[in-house]
Design a binder for this molecule. Structure first.
Ligand SMILES: [Zn+2]
Length: 343
């Protein structure tokens, strides 16, 4: 699974396909923009406006007609089922936000996956490998203040994507090419059982052209991110099942990494505004409501649920309506249940 089809993702994907990888899942929610074309080997002017995952798939298939590519136009943070991630040989991240990496790390720890991380700026780049099997954790390496800041946002925040969008870093062609190639090599090594970067970070300096391999490993016993979701049981539920069907099977359900918001209350005059959506959707929802458009989320008290049980007042909603994606793994009082895929 390759998460992120920007300039680094383009380089990595091109290399993986040239090296003979024939089964890929691409995850990205962005569309190709004109500005991207000077930094992306897979996109052409005809692709402007298309989803990056679709444009990348089509171009990669021209390179190898046998290539099997599944595309997921979604945000890896909340919208990709953990059951799908659990099926992957490897997860590779070509993303540009700390928050996204933090969440990929969490998903991969829960599902027991190893993941390769690549990051670039205009002047430098780095490659790292994380996972319980290689005793390296992204959160443990963050440490201290950065980790606290990320965990503070975890409970239920809808402003993260906007903040991240504002913080895009310009990237360089050379770091993308070098880091993409090193990542591809790492992927091949890991698939072949010989992780050459284990315990190290590769870093590249585009000014001096020097590459370094430095010690880089942290895996603290008390880190809460190392929670492994196992054993995973299969069940007859899908994301289209109702809450009442789910509660019947699994008694109590914890919403992973987000909450369900049924209404907001205006702090000024106590007016109630119905939301009925996942916490991450609240801002978008407010934008669609003329009375709330342009208002700040801090103007409102948010009524939310993190746990769903027999007392949940909306038993006829579907799991999807709570924000649970297709093929996800439910964390319940009876253990971990993997949802069936609808198709
Ligand atoms: Zn950790």
């Amino acid at each position: 699974m390759v998460v992120g089809c920007g300039s680094l993702g383009n380089e990595l994907l091109k290399d993986l396909v040239l090296l003979g990888v024939e089964h890929l899942v691409l995850v990205d929610f962005d569309r190709v923009e004109m500005d991207n074309l000077s930094r992306t080997v897979l996109f052409t002017p005809d692709d402007v406006g298309r989803y990056k995952v679709d444009a990348a798939r089509d171009r990669l298939r021209q390179m190898n007609a046998r290539l099997e590519v599944e595309t997921i136009c979604a945000d890896i943070i909340h919208d990709v089922g953990l059951g799908l991630i659990a099926e992957m040989d490897l997860v590779v991240a070509c993303v540009d936000s700390r928050w996204t990496r933090f969440m990929i790390n969490r998903h991969c720890m829960r599902t027991g996956r190893v993941w390769v991380d690549g990051g670039i700026t205009q002047a430098e780049g780095s490659v790292r490998v994380f996972g319980a099997q290689v005793a390296n954790c992204y959160a443990c390496n963050l440490g201290g203040k950065k980790l606290t800041e990320l965990q503070r946002r975890l409970s239920c925040s809808q402003t993260i994507r906007r903040m991240e969008e504002m913080g895009h870093v310009p990237t360089g062609l050379i770091p993308a090419a070098v880091v993409g190639a090193v990542m591809a090599r790492q992927v091949m090594d890991l698939l072949n059982g010989s992780p050459s970067l284990q315990g190290h970070m590769y870093s590249f300096d585009a000014d001096t052209l020097l590459g370094h391999k430095v010690l880089f490993q942290a895996f603290d016993d008390d880190c809460v991110e190392h929670d492994v979701w196992t054993p995973i049981r299969h069940c007859t539920l899908t994301s289209e099942s109702t809450i009442s069907e789910a509660i019947e099977q699994c008694n109590t359900l914890w919403l992973r990494d987000d909450c369900f918001v049924d209404y907001l209350i205006d702090r000024k005059d106590d007016t109630r505004h119905q939301m009925m959506c996942a916490g991450r959707m609240v801002v978008e929802r407010m934008d669609m409501m003329p009375a709330l458009r342009g208002r700040l989320t801090s103007d409102f008290y948010q009524h939310e649920y993190h746990v769903v049980d027999a007392d949940f007042p909306y038993p006829m909603l579907t799991l999807q309506q709570l924000g649970i994606p297709s093929g996800d793994i439910l964390q319940t009082a009876q253990g971990f249940y993997q949802l069936r895929n609808e198709d």
